[in-house]
Write a protein that binds this ligand. Structure first.
Ligand SMILES: [Zn+2]
Length: 92
């Protein structure tokens, strides 16, 4: 009873949790990094970050470990670099 609904909710819960480096490594995608000061952005290699920070490290917190290679700011936002499907809605 209600197993389908349970499993859908479970998937939504998972999606709402922050992705970890291990999740991205399994999905084969990188980490998109954005400098909040100068707008410099780059995609970092998940494998390298996973070696440094561990596969359980949450992607949104990677920015706290980074420094902008362009302006030196440590105000970096990071998120999974999901494959772009053209123009997507902004979430911020
Ligand atoms: Zn910068």
């Amino acid at each position: 009873m209600g197993r389908l609904k349970d499993s859908v909710i479970d998937q939504e819960e998972r999606a709402r949790r922050a992705a970890s480096l291990g999740d991205l490594a399994r999905a084969g995608i990188g980490v998109f990094c954005w400098c909040n000061r100068c707008g410099h952005n780059a995609e970092a290699a998940t494998a390298m970050l996973s070696q440094q920070l561990g596969p359980a490290f949450p992607v949104p917190e990677i920015g706290t470990k980074m420094r902008c290679s362009s302006c030196g700011s440590k105000d970096i936002a990071t998120r999974p670099a999901w494959p772009s499907r053209g123009q997507i809605a902004r979430h911020d």
